[in-house]
Design a protein around this ligand. Structure first.
Ligand code: ZN
Length: 269
């Protein structure tokens, strides 16, 4: 007879919720996961607000908002990354097929799992807050940027964080009646002055602040976030070629949009 499993639930099942899909998986650290997709009759759309935000993603900061707020990477992540790098170097030195190698591999997986857990936790809090506070959330569409160059560990982790962030943002926006707009990254969000619309010259990554000919001094990331917001708003307002995708989970409608090439045909240059 099978033993009942000792499961730690991330949160209680909402009352009245019926799981429609149950997925069982195992990660490299040997932990089993059960995830259930539920329709939660308790989810209510939030009252509409006029607030909108542009969200820029970076390496030194997790996110920069068009409001000027910077959201740092979790403090523990740098330390965890260093531990992960060390564990990976140890693993690389172990003889293939040895017991020590298996042990080293479990250690790498364990650290990886901890980073993932902590990060997801932080991202959940963050996305819930952003969706509650804003009606429209404009992000950069990074799917076109396939990070083949520069596959550093930091980069890989930040990419994974970004894709988790985006999917959480989108499904929560769906729940609460908010709108997520993804703008194409061919749009030069760092080099465009958000005050006057002039395009600055080359902007190497180490340039953190710059001053435009119009006299406006910009924090690079805040400026980029403001430009994303402006591009998203332009697209949202003109509505050209944009059709909100309406779904009706549990009889509710929600709006989600995916837009490419958002800068084309807008008035900004
Ligand atoms: Zn300017």
């Amino acid at each position: 007879m099978a033993e009942p499993l000792d499961i730690v639930w991330s949160r209680p099942l909402p009352s009245g919720a019926k799981p429609s899909t149950v997925t069982v998986s195992q990660d490299a650290a040997g932990r089993w996961f059960v995830s259930m997709l539920c329709e939660d009759p308790g989810v209510r759309q939030l009252a509409a607000t006029s607030a909108a935000v542009g969200i820029d993603v970076g390496l030194d900061h997790l996110l920069t908002l068009s409001t000027g707020e910077k959201i740092a990477n979790p403090r523990h992540e740098r330390r965890d990354r260093a531990r992960l790098a060390l564990a990976q170097r140890r693993l690389a030195k172990k003889a293939k097929g040895s017991a020590n190698r298996a042990k080293a591999r479990r250690e790498v997986a364990r650290i990886h799992a901890r980073i993932t857990d902590r990060r997801r936790d932080g991202l959940h809090k963050l996305t819930t807050r952003l969706v509650r506070e804003n009606q429209t959330l404009v992000i950069e569409d990074l799917t076109v940027r396939n990070m083949v160059r520069n596959r550093s560990l930091a980069r890989a982790i930040s990419d994974a964080a970004w894709s988790d962030f985006r999917s959480m943002l989108e499904y929560k926006a769906d729940w609460y009646g908010r709108e997520v707009i993804a703008v194409d990254r061919f749009f030069p969000s760092s080099r465009l002055c958000s005050a006057c619309g002039a395009l600055a010259g080359a902007m190497p990554p180490h340039v953190r602040t710059w001053t435009c000919g119009c006299g406006a001094t910009h924090d690079r990331d805040v400026n980029a976030a403001k430009n994303l917001l402006a591009a998203g708003r332009a697209v949202s307002a003109c509505g050209a070629g944009v059709r909100p995708q309406r779904r009706t989970p549990g009889g509710q409608s929600a709006t989600k949009q995916e837009i490419h090439g958002a800068t084309r045909g807008t008035s900004r240059r």
